[in-house]
Design a protein around this ligand. Structure first.
Ligand SMILES: [Zn+2]
Length: 224
């Protein structure tokens, strides 16, 4: 029934170029998949993304699949996921991200999507990061915990605030429930796009207060 709903709004059109999909294609056409600006060093330990977090939060590993470029296909796809509930595109990108992580030889125990505030999730009807994590789960075959983290503040906008104020905000923006469940686990945080990294940083700070072995982050796209 849910797939019928999506089919109504996405009658087999590519989420990136609007071209009619072939029967063998899902959500994003082969041509667009081929043309995405993939991040080449994404699986290396000291990649550009990992360096963004140096001196901020001790992430075990940070990776992303596609370089985010405004007005480009990837922005259109992420928009269709975030605002038009294009679940098939989220699942496909999640699978692609997971395949690149596995190729890089990295292993994780638990997927944790960056949560939306409950009010935001109610408005939107879903959490796009959770949909991406569901796609990753299909490939990685590890558990997904969408209750471990919760977001306390409705607005995540941190622009215009001073450094100290931002820090205070970051310390309280997320909280963790049932921390004992992540004892000794290598957690992989999942989000759609990484810009400044402040959301991942805040989530990781919260998770690192618990008994997890390590915290890493993976996003579909990133501003490098
Ligand atoms: Zn396309």
């Amino acid at each position: 029934m849910l797939s019928d709903f999506f089919a109504l709004f996405y009658p087999n059109l590519c989420a990136a170029c609007d071209k009619t999909l072939l029967k063998s294609e899902v959500a994003i056409c082969m041509e667009c998949r081929y043309a995405f600006p993939y991040i080449k060093d994404a699986q290396l330990q000291d990649n550009a993304l990992a360096k963004k977090f140096w001196g901020r939060v001790p992430l075990e590993h940070a990776t992303s699949l596609i370089e985010f470029q405004k007005e480009h296909a990837i922005q259109k796809v992420l928009h269709s996921i975030k605002y038009h509930s294009n679940k098939p595109a989220a699942i496909e990108l999640g699978k692609m991200l997971a395949e690149s992580i596995i190729k890089g030889g990295h292993n994780f125990d638990l997927l944790v999507p960056v949560p939306l505030h409950p009010r935001r999730q109610k408005e939107r009807g879903y959490n796009q990061s959770e949909l991406i994590a569901e796609g990753m789960q299909e490939i990685m075959k590890i558990p997904l915990d969408n209750k471990l983290l919760s977001r306390n503040s409705y607005s995540s906008s941190q622009t215009g605030k001073g450094r100290m104020e931002r820090w205070d905000n970051m310390e309280t923006i997320f909280s963790m429930s049932h921390p004992a469940s992540c004892q000794g686990q290598a957690i992989l945080l999942v989000d759609d796009v990484l810009t400044t990294g402040s959301t991942i940083e805040a989530c990781a700070h919260t998770l690192l207060k618990g008994p997890a072995k390590s915290v890493s982050a993976a996003t579909v796209a990133a501003v490098l």
